[in-house]
Design a protein around this ligand. Structure first.
Ligand code: NDP
Length: 399
């Protein structure tokens, strides 16, 4: 029996709320608070009567005193931050002030610089530790499950892991020539940034989408994928001792890339504010406003995601390879929760991470990335709550 508060009411929050209610033995009371209260009320109307007592509220998560007041009034044991990466620090500040635990799925980004770095959130380590509170960073799929897979592989399959390739394939088709499967602003900032991968203790930088490979993804098919920088590379480089090489690849279709290149060429993906008819506007935020809302893609998205990690390392003196991955179906996710698989594969791990903090297995004073905690109860939770993992002991490797 515990009280939790979700902040945000987008696709990921929707799935997380559905999954908290499915796990109502742990989540007996849930507050859903976000900028637009009607979205929280909509979720409550869908989920009432299923065993979890739900309340809703309007909150501006950039405003720390407002957050503190709401948290003190509701008294949750954990705040699950499913708003945007820009709100991470204000929500962490509010959790410290109100004395509650914290969990998120994406690392902090300042609004005016497209930069993924954990340094801002790692700077909270002493404050959470001294307050006896837990903060879990990046409990989505990637980051999130990819870190848990890495910790699990290191615990059960390897003495040392030397290489990790994280492969994120979304084989879904929504029928639009161009749309993003989650928040367009966050998605486009990620894809248009320079690539980076880890080799022998340092990051090597590439031009955006410079390195291309193809891979056969089960239940999706052969797909082109591109090397990106992704935030879990930074924490895994610290936490997986002995790691020598790490890369992150994401698949993109031709149509997506052609549109993106064109939008980039005309300046629509820029985050530099410009003057327009007497007002300051950010081109990327304007683009977001004209693109389809990811929340509306659910009913029209068909196909599957296939996301996971390939590990190379040593066990009992012998070299070995091993792959862990998950396949999720967009339509099945939509039927169950009203959101497609990209939100589903993020919202389920957010619920599992929060439930482990509430139940004590992941309750540890300080700020942690998921791979620093015991992967076993999390892996068991994934099989129970719809993100079954698949093991491959002879995986194809990426050149
Ligand atoms: P959405 O844009 O669909 O939802 C974000 C929600 O946060 C919206 O309901 C929005 O309100 C609310 N919000 C935004 N700003 C504020 C604010 N200042 N105060 C209160 N509420 C606010 O995003 P998603 O659901 O797709 O993504 C949620 C998070 O999950 C993001 O941080 C994203 O980066 C992360 N993510 C992580 C993944 C992973 O694998 N680790 C994968 C995909 C996403 P409103 O409804 O009014 O717009």
């Amino acid at each position: 029996m515990s009280r939790a508060m979700i902040i945000g009411a987008g696709g990921v929050a929707r799935v997380c709320a559905y999954k908290c209610v499915e796990n109502s033995e742990v989540f007996s009371h849930l507050m859903i608070a976000s900028r637009t209260k009607s979205k929280c009320d909509q979720l409550k109307s869908e989920l009432d009567g299923r065993g979890t007592e739900i309340e809703t509220a309007q909150v501006d998560a950039d405003n720390v005193p407002e957050l503190v007041e709401l948290i003190n009034q509701y008294k949750p044991e954990i705040v699950i931050n499913l708003a945007l990466p820009y709100q991470d620090l204000s929500i962490m500040d509010a959790c410290l002030e109100a004395g509650v635990n914290y969990l998120d799925t994406a690392n902090y980004e300042p609004l005016d610089t497209a930069k993924f770095e954990y340094k801002w959130q790692w700077a909270y380590r002493d404050r959470f530790r001294d307050a006896g509170l837990t903060a879990i960073l990046g409990s989505g799929f990637d980051p999130g499950v990819t870190g848990v897979y890495s910790a699990y592989a290191l615990k059960h399959e390897f003495d040392e892991i030397h290489e990790i390739d994280i492969l994120d394939c979304n084989g879904g088709d929504h029928g639009y020539p161009f749309a993003t499967n989650f928040n367009p602003e966050i998605n486009i900032r990620e894809v248009t940034a320079k690539g980076r991968y880890w080799v022998e203790g340092e990051f090597i930088e590439t031009e955006p989408l410079e390195i291309k490979r193809s891979y056969y993804f089960e239940e999706v098919g052969e797909r082109d994928m591109y090397l990106l920088y992704h935030e879990e590379l930074e924490s895994l480089a610290e936490n997986i001792t002995g790691i020598k090489k790490m890369r992150f690849f994401m698949t993109f279709g031709e149509s997506y890339l052609t549109h993106l290149k064109c939008l980039e060429n005309v300046g629509m993906t820029s985050i530099e504010p410009i003057e327009f008819e007497g007002q300051q506007i950010v081109p990327l935020q304007f683009l977001k406003a004209v693109l389809p809302d990811p929340a509306t893609l659910g009913p029209r998205t068909n196909g599957k995601t296939n996301i996971g990690c390939i590990f190379k390392g040593v066990k009992d003196g012998k070299e070995k390879t091993y792959r862990l991955y998950n396949i999720s179906d967009h339509q099945e996710a939509y039927k169950e929760t009203g959101a497609q698989a990209v939100s589903y594969t993020t919202g389920v791990p957010a619920m599992i991470g929060a439930s482990l903090v509430l139940q004590g297995q992941w309750r540890k004073a300080g700020v942690y990335n998921v791979e620093e905690l015991d992967p076993d109860p999390f892996m068991a939770g994934m099989n129970k709550f719809g993100l079954e993992y698949i093991e491959d002991r002879d995986p194809a490797l990426v050149p």
